[in-house]
Ligand binder design. Structure first.
Ligand code: ADP
Ligand code: MG
Length: 574
């Protein structure tokens, strides 16, 4: 028998489409505050928003007489007619968010319009209004949401831990603070202020807060007809992922077209991307997803091409600056060359006149293991250090390209000093890993970028165990690493936070962080082309000999090429 669901149940089901978790409430409320032209948006979160969350703004406010309407489904001040749906310029337009939140929580709104003497208050429990009255309050709007999903126990059970929910909320605030940098955002959690984004004048300024001042960011802008694409890239050295934060007409969205455009070139796009796209509202359909997190581009080919072109010009810039050495980031593969190196690698073994001192198969399989990244951290224990290097190692000199040439007992060896140094730094740092990490106190504490503070608070226990120390605003100690790596304390911290967040299994977390630090250390490797004195070249070879996997860098590229004397003789028909 087909029955009509009660209005109450229907509302709860519909609400579940829009509101999945505390961070979805935060997203909707922040968007409302932005639409209301707020200059300050402040959040008060309890228990990751599971027990209570408040979003307060100093925007235009809601007239007392309209408060009950704000809670009604499909009641909005943002569009009037079906035509408006074609060209939406506000973040909200469906009049669904407040009604949905109200249906699944205990909610209270206090609001006053700036030009009005008195404000209003409305309370609602599981969708039923309990109070709606005049109430003196500050200009602006304060929405309080308590006991989210109290009447949808199944949904409540699926909420993550308070800290996981808080992390998501922080991410949303960090993202909106980026695109709306004219607004000051503050977040308090369980009674403490944990995040503050003071309004900034430019994207550059907010990106520095997000990524740190010393991080080299790449920027590119492309436009065609009325569409403009701006791209910023932070090629995080230890990242194995491509993270995109995308805004279209000020709306934070997920989009596979944009991500595909960034990743579809030949270059390794690892790291964090911020993508801002502005286009006439009528070229965009924002009405395809309940939470408005996906959009449809009416001319998606054009968007793809613009993003692709922009990312290509960024890769080109990075590649050229690496070549000239203008940019101190020899970290990941040289953009533009990496895929070729990888794909040609197995073919190239045929050019080795002899794969001495390693069998050809060994060498390729080892490279494969090394490049699979999971296995590089602790190279095989059974392998003898320095395996395969011969006794006599006379340094002959350096080629104009920068390769180092040695005369070995059984052949001529050519070393790529960059790859070799990467391997050395990687292994030296891997070896610092033990259960008792020692902290090195920083002589000058380093200020922590604001965007990172909440994450430090969340991860403090893990960070402390890994050797990091802070005083709430400054980094005061970092794990002591062996070797000669010169990692910046903030890079180490960021890398560790990323490791903690990506590895959900606590037993593997420390190892993940250490792996990242070691990878990060590769950034400090000498450049190919740097001139070597004889002693330096010999010292490099000696350190390489002591590595457990001396013949590939941590990314799997070869460090050494050996021409066997026998093959040489054959070649010269001796
Ligand atoms: P939508 O944003 O899609 O219009 P909402 O349910 O989020 O729908 O909000 C309903 C209406 O309540 C909005 O159209 C707006 O008029 C009003 N409103 C909500 N939040 C605020 C706020 N923070 N400041 C001013 N007005 C608000
Ligand atoms: Mg809204």
């Amino acid at each position: 028998m087909i029955k009509r669901l009660d209005h109450d149940i229907a509302m709860r089901i519909a609400a579940g489409e829009v509101i999945e978790k505390p961070s979805s409430v935060v997203k909707e409320l922040i968007e409302n505050s932005i639409d209301a032209s707020a200059a300050n948006i402040t959040l008060y979160i309890e228990q990751g928003g599971k027990t209570s969350l408040v979003v307060e703004d100093d925007g235009t406010g809601i007239a007392q007489g309209e408060l009950h309407l704000a809670l009604e489904r499909y009641a909005t001040s943002k569009i009037d007619s079906i035509d408006d749906l074609e060209k939406i310029s506000t973040l909200g337009y469906r009049g669904e968010a407040l009604a949905s939140i109200a249906a699944v929580s205990r909610m209270e709104i206090r609001s006053r319009q700036g030009n009005s003497d008195s404000g209003g208050l409305i309370r609602c429990e599981g969708g039923t209004v309990t109070i709606c009255t005049e109430n003196p309050c500050q200009a602006g709007t304060r929405v309080q949401v308590e006991d989210l999903f109290f009447n949808l126990p199944a949904r409540r059970k699926f909420l993550k831990t308070a800290s996981a929910e808080l992390r998501r909320i922080i991410q949303i605030v960090n993202d909106y603070a980026l695109i709306h940098h004219e607004i000051t955002f503050r977040v308090h959690s369980d009674g403490k202020k944990i995040l503050e984004h003071i309004s900034a004048d430019s994207m550059d300024e907010v990106l520095s807060r997000r990524w740190g001042n010393e991080t080299r960011k790449y920027f590119s802008e492309t436009s065609a007809s009325s569409c403009r694409v701006m791209l910023w890239w932070n090629p995080i050295p230890d990242s194995r992922r491509v993270i995109t934060t995308i805004f279209v007409n000020g709306r934070r969205i997920q989009d596979s077209t944009v991500k595909a455009a960034i990743c579809s070139g030949d270059c390794a796009a690892h790291g964090e991307w911020v993508v801002i796209i502005d286009m006439p509202p009528e070229q965009l359909d924002v009405n395809i997803h309940p939470t408005k997190e996906e959009v449809r581009f009416r001319r998606s080919q054009e968007v793809f091409k613009l993003v692709y072109d922009s990312s290509q010009s960024i890769f080109a810039r990075r590649f050229s600056s690496e070549k000239t050495g203008a940019d101190i980031e020899p970290n990941i593969f040289q953009a533009g060359t990496e895929p070729n190196i990888r794909s040609n690698f197995s073919d190239r073994s045929q050019y080795l006149l002899s794969p001495y001192p390693w069998k050809k198969e060994d060498r390729t399989s080892e490279s494969r293991v090394a490049s699979s990244e999971e296995h590089v951290f602790f190279p095989s224990e059974t392998q003898e250090p320095g395996y395969g290097f011969e006794n006599r190692k006379n340094y002959i000199g350096q080629t104009s390209k920068g390769f180092l040439i040695f005369d070995f007992t059984d052949g001529v060896a050519i070393i790529d000093p960059h790859a070799a140094h990467e391997r050395i730094l990687f292994e030296e740092i891997s070896e610092s890993f033990s259960d008792n990490v020692v902290t090195q106190n920083l002589a000058v504490p380093v200020e922590i970028p604001g965007a990172l503070l909440p994450e430090i608070a969340l991860d403090r226990e893990d960070l402390n165990r890994l050797g990091f120390r802070d005083d709430g605003a400054h980094l005061t100690g970092v794990p002591l690493l062996q070797g000669k790596g010169r990692l910046s304390p903030l890079d180490m911290l960021r890398s560790a936070i990323r490791g903690i967040e990506t590895e959900h299994d606590p037993s593997k977390r420390d190892r993940e962080v250490w792996w990242r630090l070691a990878r990060l250390a590769c950034r400090d490797a000498v450049k190919l082309g740097q001139r070597f004195e004889k002693e330096e070249a010999e010292a490099l070879l000696e350190r390489l000999e002591h590595c457990r996997v001396p013949y590939t860098c941590p990314h799997g590229r070869p460090t050494i090429f050996i021409m066997d004397n026998k093959k040489l003789e054959e070649w010269f028909e001796r």
